[in-house]
Ligand binder design. Structure first.
Ligand code: C5P
Length: 232
């Protein structure tokens, strides 16, 4: 699965006018928009619908993780906002993932349903403290296989885990990759980064990029430079 322009820009702000202005300015140079928990918690579902109205595919990075019945209800609600992609935590288990998939199955077009495997903020020592079996890379492979078996479309993973995910879940499984930094950009709190073209070459289908675009002096120019680097 390839997106013509794989860049989804992360609108990580609780300020709706700023998010909408930013989205409009980068619209010609990106393939989609991502809203996450900061945006949705501050601004609510109506604001997500406003971002959908911009006309690019929207990824709602909601990371649902609850009992199957609750996640099914939340999945219907988020799909009803017109988003193209949303996600759940794979560690919620097969029944929870299947409940989410079943809840949105009647939708046309149906949003893509993605699972988070292991948060990139968790390393091997933290995994052990929450009772998960390290190393993180093996846990990513296990959860990617479970995600596929549960009928979902793909996973969020770091660019360094793409080969593990492909081995566990095959070529047609969608991979969404954050932690992207153009050469020379500040890493911020991201540790294991790749450039946009490296991540694409490694097989990422969607690249989530936040601060290298949103915190640039000229976000549209930053997005255009990334599109040019990718040749899209
Ligand atoms: O600003 P930056 O490019 O680091 O933004 C990356 C985006 O991807 C943020 O919205 C962050 O919440 C999200 N993300 C991440 N790592 C994950 C999952 C999502 O950085 N494992």
């Amino acid at each position: 699965m390839q997106f013509p322009n794989p860049v989804f820009v992360a609108l990580d702000t609780p300020d709706l006018p700023r998010a909408l202005a930013l989205a409009e300015s980068v619209k010609p140079y990106v393939g989609g928009l991502k809203v996450g928990l900061e945006f949705i918690s501050a601004l609510g579902p109506d604001a997500v619908a406003r971002v959908v109205e911009i006309g690019l595919p929207v990824f709602a990075d909601v990371k649902f993780h609850d009992i199957p019945n609750t996640v099914a209800g939340a999945a219907k609600a988020i799909a009803g906002l017109g988003v193209a992609i949303f996600n759940v935590h794979a560690s919620g288990g097969e029944a929870m993932m299947r409940a989410a998939a079943d809840a949105i199955a009647p939708w046309t077009p149906r949003p893509l349903l993605i699972a988070v495997t292991v948060l990139t903020s968790l390393d091997d020592s933290v995994l052990a403290t929450v009772g998960q079996r390290p190393p993180a890379s093996e846990q990513v492979g296990r959860l990617a296989a479970l995600t596929k078996a549960s009928g979902l479309d793909g996973v969020v993973c770091s660019a360094h885990e793409l080969a593990t995910v492909r081995a566990a879940a095959g070529r047609d499984f969608l991979t969404i990759v954050p932690g992207i930094r153009p050469a020379g950009a500040a890493k911020g709190d991201q540790r294991r980064v790749m450039t946009p073209s490296e991540a694409r070459a490694a097989g990422a289908n969607i690249l989530v990029i936040g601060r290298p675009i949103t915190a640039a002096p000229d976000p549209a120019a930053a997005a255009r430079a990334i599109a040019e680097e990718l040749g899209v």
